[in-house]
Design a protein around this ligand. Structure first.
Ligand code: NDP
Length: 335
């Protein structure tokens, strides 16, 4: 596969220009380009430029609005609701961050219910931003059915990611971000595009048989990580973003979606916690550092997020390699 090396500035410009050409205003195009560039920078390619055709398709079909401004209201002293008005998640999340952080600092804990949002990216971005503001934070979102429930063989859950972050003084926060599927669907799509086999346990054929062929998994169903335990996490996420927020669970998102290649409308729940407000008699951050040090004392261990940060250091200097076919596609979409 022919690839072209691009600096991160060039990645940003490609994404920004393409979003403007497809009907975004400056604020939305900026937030989307920042999100795709951050994904490429940390080598989370499944949420980088690879998503541009899907973003453009949903603007073109009118499913997602590229020129809307999110609005926020307070539902209870510690519960805020952001209405994205059918816009993409990046501007919504940028808008949500400060009010959520302020509310969490004031009350110890706060939640932001994001509704009417189209999420197509990795959750670590919003969680890392909140943790860099000194807060511990959780994020949850659902998608369209892709993953079979425990014992079942048909897609029912979304790939339903959750992320958690913990702030660290003078260090990048600890952030884990994981799909409740055994693998993110974007990675399965990339494997199909590039002709790679998948590891065992990622998915099943449409007849419910185990397979490592990504095309068969895309036609059949993905599996949760850890069997029924992952299925319970996926179920919890459906409840937190569907019934709790009054938004679509994955099975409902599928019936509403026009299948234009972009993400369905749905919700996202963010919870932020101020670790200094939970009664630690001393310093919760220093205590956490002792915990991390103890863990890292074991050979072979690392903290979640470290791989991304190592990638970041490298790509900020060396740029990233992008398939030429994808760059051609983006140029076509930007024309
Ligand atoms: P991975 O399985 O690649 O990684 C999950 C987490 O585990 C990461 O935080 C990773 O840190 C950490 N980790 C991996 N190996 C180790 C290790 N040896 N020790 C400690 N920590 C480790 O991610 P997934 O494939 O499950 O998810 C991919 C992405 O897809 C996520 O960002 C998710 O938000 C996104 N997604 C988005 C959806 C949407 O609808 N918007 C739907 C589904 C997924 P590190 O990164 O440093 O390796």
């Amino acid at each position: 596969m022919s690839e072209i090396n691009l600096s991160l500035d060039k990645v940003y410009q490609l994404a920004y220009d393409c979003m403007i050409a497809n009907g975004c205003d400056h604020d939305n195009a900026t937030a989307l380009a920042e999100t795709m560039t951050a994904a490429e920078r940390d080598c989370c390619h499944a949420h980088g430029l690879f998503r541009l055709p899907g973003y453009a398709a949903s603007l073109k079909s009118g499913k997602v609005k590229g020129d809307v401004k999110p609005t926020i209201k307070q539902l209870a002293p510690t519960v805020l609701q952001l209405d994205a008005h059918n816009g993409y998640a990046p501007l919504a999340l940028k808008t949500a961050k400060q009010p959520l952080a302020d509310c969490a600092r004031q009350n110890g804990i706060a939640a932001m219910a994001l509704i009417r949002v189209h999420h197509f990216a990795a959750l670590w971005m919003e969680i890392e931003a909140l943790a860099e503001m000194g807060l511990a934070a959780f994020a949850f979102t659902a998608y369209k059915p892709a993953v079979a429930p425990a014992g079942g063989s048909k897609p029912f859950f979304g790939t339903n990611p959750m992320a958690f972050g913990w702030p660290r003084k003078d260090k990048s926060p600890m952030v884990f971000d994981q799909a409740s599927a055994a693998m993110a669907r974007g990675e399965v799509m990339i494997a199909a595009r590039e002709g790679h086999q998948l590891p065992e346990g990622v998915g099943i054929t449409k007849d419910g048989k185990p397979t490592t062929d990504p095309n068969e998994v895309l036609e059949g169903a993905m599996l949760t990580f850890g069997g029924y335990k992952g299925a319970s996490i996926a179920l919890m996420i459906e409840l937190l973003v569907g019934p709790l927020l009054g938004e679509a669970a994955s099975f409902e998102a599928a019936t509403r979606d026009n299948n234009d290649g972009g993400p369905p409308q749905g919700g996202e729940l963010l919870i932020a916690i101020d670790p200094t407000k939970f009664g630690h008699p001393d310093d919760p951050f220093a205590h956490a550092e002792q915990l991390f040090a103890e863990l890292l004392d074991q050979p072979g261990t690392r903290l979640p997020g470290e791989r991304r940060h190592q990638n970041r250091e490298k790509t900020e200097i060396e740029g990233i390699n992008v398939p030429k076919s994808l760059i051609d596609k983006i140029s076509e979409l930007s024309a």
